[in-house]
Design a protein around this ligand. Structure first.
Ligand code: HEM
Length: 401
């Protein structure tokens, strides 16, 4: 099979459900493969070293110029965020967030993560007392949503309203399948969420709290960082999207491999070091962020091939994490493997700013889940969600006892 045939298969329903055998075929072709001019991508990168090199090389560009006046609302909002901009705008926006979204702020959130986990587990216990319950809807989604609400200072009752809108933007962002209806729904969601954030920013300016938005407003108003209110809104929109589905999927993707290993579950419930190791191995073995994209700004050599100037590169993080040249027996889930340094949070200038928070959620929630429900088991086959860029489960029926 050629690289473009594999790419086409990866974007079918079956390929989205089971990408790993296809990644193996890509590795057989080499760390980077060029694709014919007729395909959307000039190259696909799957080898760990090549993926790492691309992400750390600023000549492989991510993002673009600021959105023009005619851009539709969703592209305007996203285009005003760090995630979709080139330097120097990207670095300027990222610095503002680093000033407010500090490791200390995440550490301060930890007691809230614990308390929220415990109350959600109480609720799960009630819902699952007489039969199966959907782990994704009733726990996997509610924990990251609650944590983001605490981080941003969004009132809990507004979260359901957010969920549907965040999902519409997510559907728009996913590779392929962008229909007229999806674009319209994402535009409407972007307008509504932008208005919501503008109001929240105005409120926090008058009455600051202990949340991230208040912190960002203070950083901006003190003149320490230059960020317009429009950029703040765009970044908040992206922050919720970047944090939300990814972390739901981290919790969901953890269950199938763990439930096949009862002794590991026992160890995880008792030992925070094992819990941390399991979170890292879940992120490597079935990472929630599978692909990112870069553009070669000049002819660039990587992994033995030269990607032509202007060529779009599909960078497959999920394949790099299963590169046999980097990880021995990469298909084996092994929480004890010596080297678990996956690339699921990216690398280089765009490295995930929420990695510490996502890891904290996994490390704190999973032991509590299994301490409370040591008999937790799958009650049927979990249903994979449709995404290609983000991998996870839409539903996962479990029994608790
Ligand atoms: C398991 C959970 C998560 C995964 C797998 C993940 C993955 C990623 C990846 C791969 C990137 C880099 C994209 C690229 O290079 O093109 C990224 C960027 C980003 N992530 Fe995460 N993320 C997760 C959770 C979070 C959380 C919890 C937050 C916020 C609280 C967050 C906020 C961001 C932001 C703002 C960026 C853009 C950084 C930039 O443009 O400089 N992520 N994430």
């Amino acid at each position: 099979m050629t690289a473009d045939e594999i790419l086409a298969l990866l974007q079918t329903d079956e390929g989205r459900r089971a990408p790993y055998p296809l990644y193996e075929r890509l590795h057989e072709l080499g760390p980077v493969s060029l694709t014919p001019a007729s395909t959307a991508y000039a190259a696909v990168a799957n080898g760990y070293a090549a993926v790492d090199q691309i992400l750390r090389d600023p000549r492989f560009v991510k993002g673009g110029p600021p959105p023009g006046p005619d851009a539709d609302p969703v592209s305007t909002a996203l285009g005003n965020s760090m995630m979709f901009r080139t330097e120097p705008d990207h670095g300027r926006m990222r610095r503002a967030f680093h000033q407010a979204f500090t490791p200390r702020r995440v550490a301060e959130l930890e007691p809230e993560i614990v308390a929220l986990t415990d109350s959600l587990l109480d609720r799960l216990g009630v819902l699952g007392a007489d039969g199966p319950v959907d782990f994704i809807a009733e726990f996997g989604y509610l924990l990251p949503a609650g944590v983001m609400s605490a981080l941003l200072g969004i009132p809990a009752p507004d979260l359901e309203w957010f969920r549907t809108r965040v999902q519409r933007v997510e559907d728009y962002l996913d590779f392929g399948g962008r229909t007229v209806e999806k674009v319209a729904a994402a535009n409407e969601a972007a307008v509504e969420m932008s208005a919501y954030y503008q109001q929240l920013i105005a409120d926090r300016r008058v009455a600051p709290g202990n949340d991230l938005i208040s912190g960002l407003v203070q950083v901006i108003d003190s003149g320490d960082s230059v960020l317009t209110d429009e950029e703040l809104v765009g970044n908040l929109l992206v922050l919720f999207n970047a944090s939300f589905v990814t972390t739901i999927n981290l919790l969901g993707n953890a269950l199938p491999p763990l439930l096949e290993r009862p002794s590991l579950v026992k160890a995880l419930a008792a030992d925070p070091v094992v819990a941390e190791a399991c979170v890292e191995e879940v992120l490597r073995w079935d990472g929630t962020a599978q692909v990112v994209v870069r553009t070669a700004s000049e002819d660039l050599s990587v992994g033995g091939v030269t990607i032509p100037e202007g060529g779009l590169v599909l960078v497959i993080l999920g394949a790099a994490n299963r590169d046999p040249a980097r990880f021995p027996s990469p298909e084996v889930f092994d929480a004890e493997r010596a080297d678990k340094r996956h690339i699921t949070f990216g690398a280089g200038a765009y490295f995930c700013i929420g990695a510490v928070l996502a890891r904290a959620e996994g490390r704190l929630a999973l032991p509590r889940l299994f301490q409370r429900f040591p008999e937790l088991a799958l009650a049927g086959a979990p249903v994979q969600s449709a995404g290609f860029a983000l991998r996870g489960f839409a539903t996962m029926p479990v029994t608790l006892t």
